[in-house]
Design a protein around this ligand. Structure first.
Ligand code: PLP
Length: 391
């Protein structure tokens, strides 16, 4: 038993922001996500202040809602795009190809061609086959090679192994890029999403520095850009440093490695820009105990792993939860509404929800603006995709 039964709202939202979201949510049928675009606006400004030397490429996959894309378009952001579908969505809003990077290393030749035809000239790669496709389908374009980084253990949503290549391969690819008539433009990395260990950027930048120096000395290739990816934190239950601390430390790492003459620097924030702007509102469907003497309850709610909360896989992302009830708490298992036993959000990490929480009460899942709507299944068990509103 514990008294700490709710997330502390003040840790996550300004009071007026949460009240605005809640007032909008009251009376609407759950489940749904409410996103406060004013928060994204503010967080974008903070990011630009923290990284004044960097170009921002918003990772559209975090939340491709037109309201967010329009806001960021008007604020001068560029866009990191993963597919032709994202490309079309962004371009439909009038964004031109020179503000777009095709950041997915796994792509079909015909999709590369589509990007090229739409004016995109900046491509990520990490393999020879993909590089050769780029040379054929997007001749003369700028390419950057993504390297593998460490940081798996300290990122809550790691992106290791599948993406990137080792330093030796990265150098081979950049040389090949030149030989194929492309512009060997730079190096990228992603230290893992929700990366808590700032040293992960230091380690990655050290590798980048080696590539820059060796290519220049041994092959006469002068790289011009470092893409530091995403990985900057949102505010969830597991604590992280403030974004400002990341910014300060990363600036120091860059200075140590590259001095004052920095190459062009790109960052690709997703989660850190969007997550804390959203609140997912659900309702308690059922509360049960599995035996007369069971020490914890099961709380079933109308949102689950298949309707937006897939990042609770392995309980990786621990979303703060707030309810209007308070008082004594008791540890709970929290599960979704579908007939799939994988649809359990938290079982090992027991949230101490209020004992007086009842069927029909609302649960407010904080910091859920990123990677929720797009992950929602379209019809699993007949449930519709997660609804979303943008204030
Ligand atoms: C290439 C690339 N850039 C940026 C991001 C955004 O990362 P984050 O949400 O951690 O900021 C991702 C996320 O998967 C990515 O794949």
């Amino acid at each position: 038993m514990t008294d700490a039964v709710n997330a502390n709202l003040a840790d996550y939202y300004a009071d007026d922001t949460f009240q605005r979201i809640k007032a909008f949510a009251d009376g609407r049928e759950t489940p749904f996500l409410v996103v406060d675009t004013g928060t994204i606006d503010r967080q974008y400004n903070e990011l630009v202040e923290g990284f004044p030397y960097a170009k921002v490429y918003y990772a559209v996959k975090a939340n491709p809602a037109p309201q967010i894309l329009t806001l960021l378009r008007d604020k001068g952001a560029n866009f990191d795009i993963a597919s032709v579908y994202e490309l079309e969505r962004v371009m439909a809003l009038g964004v031109t190809g020179d503000r777009i990077s095709y950041g997915n290393t796994i792509k079909k030749a015909k999709d590369i061609r589509t990007f090229y035809e739409r004016g995109v000239r900046l491509f990520a790669t990490d393999s020879e086959a993909d590089l050769r496709n780029i040379a054929r389908a997007a001749p003369g374009s700028r390419v950057y090679v993504r390297i593998l980084t460490e940081g798996t253990l300290t990122a809550d949503w790691p992106l290791s192994r599948k993406f990137g290549c080792q330093t030796d391969m990265a150098m081979d690819l950049l040389i090949l890029a030149r030989d194929l008539g492309l512009v060997p433009y730079g190096v990228s990395f992603h230290v893992g999403s929700q990366q808590r260990e700032i040293g992960a950027w230091d380690a990655a930048l050290n590798k980048v520095k080696v590539i820059f120096e060796r290519l220049k000395e041994e092959d006469g290739i002068e790289l011009r850009m470092i893409n530091m990816g995403g990985g900057f934190p949102a505010n969830y239950l597991t604590r992280t440093n403030e974004l400002g601390v990341y910014a300060e430390e990363i600036a120091r790492f860059l200075r140590e490695d590259f001095g004052d003459a920095l190459p062009e620097i790109i960052i690709e924030p997703g989660r850190s820009l969007i997550a804390n702007a959203g609140v997912l509102v659900s309702e308690v469907v059922l509360i049960a105990r599995k035996s007369r003497t069971a020490l914890h309850r099961w709380v079933f709610t109308d949102v689950g792993k298949f309707s937006g909360l897939i990042e609770t896989l392995d309980e990786a992302i621990k979303f703060p939860i707030w309810t209007e009830k308070s008082g004594e708490g008791e540890d709970c298992v929290i599960a979704g509404p579908t007939c799939d036993s994988a649809d359990i959000m938290y079982e090992h990490h027991k949230y101490p929800l209020p004992l007086n929480l009842a069927i029909g009460d609302r649960m407010y899942w904080l910091s859920t603006g990123a990677y929720t709507t797009t992950y929602s299944a379209i019809e699993f068990n007949g449930f519709p995709p997660l609804a979303a509103y943008y204030l």
